[in-house]
Design a protein around this ligand. Structure first.
Ligand code: GDD
Ligand code: MN
Length: 372
């Protein structure tokens, strides 16, 4: 089967029929096999309405989760992914905020361009996020600001989410084989972020759409879900090695400053070492502590395979760190010679050296040996 549309439902009895009508309408000319898979957690008659439609159409499938398995939207999607028979899986809302007419376009785009993920986006030309709220109302402005703020925050830390303009949206399609060697661990609502961060994907493309306002009841998005999303991001940061690697590197670098100042004052104040020797000791020890923290925290996925390799890494790390310090000093002097304030020159030096340090550490120190 080519295609599975996964539809999570939570008390959507008003929406099931119009949604199915519009979906079938847009897929009328489809010359491929597809299925529509509901993962339902409702306590109203949503499942009965779905069952009525199943009687007349064999493309519809339903998983109605028993009370004790109703653990939220994220697990509903996972359930749907497990049951899906299609080569492509499309995720969308069942409340008509995601127009069903866009669904065949997503699939067309994926098969024509051979992309792994196609995102329906609110934020490209031709799309709109008006369903988040009217910009003439304070609530609308607030919701949009939160949404855009979260989006850029996510994209600043997590590079793969920059492949789309709408990583926090819930309307997209992907190749099922992306899931074959990954375990998804989503929390909350943002399943696309999870897929972008944990699967190995190639090209990502987009189709703009208008996210419309919900007609009947309220969105289930709450402040608690916002917090849940931040926890989800933190969890990805901790468990996906590539996620925010540069930020991990900077955190370690910052810890190195603390170690450095600690050793320096300890040697000078307590052990009465002279200030130059104290400085040298502080540098040597803090580079080592950075090395160890980076090994576990920043590059935890690039385990060293032998003692010789570890030795090579420490040695290279010292060389790279000293080179970065020299570079830092060079930028500082250059800044001063161009007439900048010495503090600004120093700050630019630190930033430039940190970036160079990170690039060299990634490319030279923690590069994996090429397998023969
Ligand atoms: N099975 C199941 N279980 N479905 C659920 C649950 C649940 O616990 N909670 C919500 N749903 C279903 C709803 O019935 C709806 O079809 C869909 O999931 C999205 O829920 P909404 O309450 O409509 O979410 P929203 O409109 O706030 O959020 C939408 O926009 C966000 C972007 O701003 C969703 O598309 C999100 O995925 C998206 O991130
Ligand atoms: Mn909605």
């Amino acid at each position: 089967m080519l295609f599975t549309i996964v539809l999570p439902t939570f008390n959507e009895k008003e929406n099931v029929n119009p949604l199915l009508d519009r979906l079938f309408d847009s897929l009328r000319d489809a010359n491929y096999n597809y299925e529509i898979l509901f993962v339902d957690d409702s306590s109203d008659d949503t499942p009965d309405i779905i069952r009525q439609r199943m009687a007349e159409n064999s493309n519809i499938q339903l998983v109605h989760r028993p009370k004790e398995e109703r653990t939220g939207l994220a697990t509903a999607f996972i359930k749907g992914f497990q049951k899906a028979n299609g080569q492509y899986i499309c995720c969308m809302d069942s409340d008509l905020q995601h127009p069903p007419e866009v669904v065949p376009k997503l699939l067309e785009k994926a098969t024509r361009d051979n992309t792994d993920i196609v995102v329906a986006t609110r934020y490209a030309k031709g799309g709109s996020a008006e369903g988040l709220g009217d910009l003439k109302t304070l609530y609308g402005i607030y919701r949009r600001a939160v949404s855009i703020g979260m989006k850029y925050f996510t994209q600043i830390i997590f590079i793969p989410t920059r492949k789309t303009t709408d990583p926090l949206g819930g309307f997209f399609l992907f190749k099922k084989e992306l899931l074959s060697d990954t375990v998804l661990e989503p929390r909350g609502f943002k399943i696309l972020v999870e897929i972008l961060m944990r699967t190995k994907h190639g090209k990502v493309s987009e189709i703009p759409y208008k996210f419309l306002a919900r007609e009947d009841n309220e969105s289930k998005a709450t402040f608690a879900q916002g917090l849940e999303f931040l926890k989800h991001l933190l969890y990805i940061f901790r468990t996906v090695p590539e996620a925010g690697r540069f930020f991990k590197f900077c955190l370690v670098g910052f810890s190195g400053v603390v170690v450095n100042l600690g050793i320096l004052s300890l040697s000078v104040e307590v052990f009465n070492v002279d200030k130059n020797t104290g400085w040298l000791a502080a540098v040597i020890v803090s580079i080592l502590s950075n090395y160890f923290l980076n090994t576990f925290f920043t590059y935890g996925d690039k385990k060293s395979s032998s003692r010789a390799e570890s030795l090579r890494r420490v040695t290279y790390y010292y060389i790279v760190s000293v080179a970065a310090m020299a570079f830092n000093f060079a930028v500082y002097r250059l800044g001063i010679s161009f007439g900048f304030d010495y503090r600004i020159a120093a700050a630019v030096g630190i930033i430039a050296a940190t970036a160079i340090n990170f690039i060299l550490a990634t490319k030279l120190v923690w590069k994996l040996p090429v397998k023969a």
